[in-house]
Write a protein that binds this ligand. Sequence first.
Ligand SMILES: [Zn+2]
Length: 151
Amino acid sequence: MGNKLLFSDGFWLQKHVKCPFLSITYCCKLKTDSQKLCNFAAVKIVRTSFLPFHGFSAVNLLGVLFVHPGVYLSNETMNHERIHSAQQREMLFVFFYLAYVIEWIVRLPMRGNAYRNISFEREAYANQRNLDYLNSRRPYSWRRYMKRARH
Ligand SMILES: [Zn+2]
């Protein structure tokens, strides 16, 4: 994994803190013009083999990204997780997890993959390749993904 992840809205500086069970990476947003730290609470990455559970490579809990050791975090993956962070903030975190679980349960007996068809996931998967998406995203955009499910 490189030292810097480049986004259209600036650089991300990574600082590593290692202890026996966890490897924590702090990603701080840098202003491209002055190269000064402008956002300390951007994304925190915790590498541990305990989270997430089997079958997933990364999970975003309350804005902290839990990743298995050795998993490569592409700009696309980071963008996906940052979209989830935006969703969580606008839903005041607790309502995000409530809505996420309720929608997953409702979609379980339906056709297709219940997890992939959750509207939060559909918004994140549909826009993860557009690294500029969060700069133009309107609040609560996931609502537009509630109607049709295709996966
Ligand atoms: Zn996701």
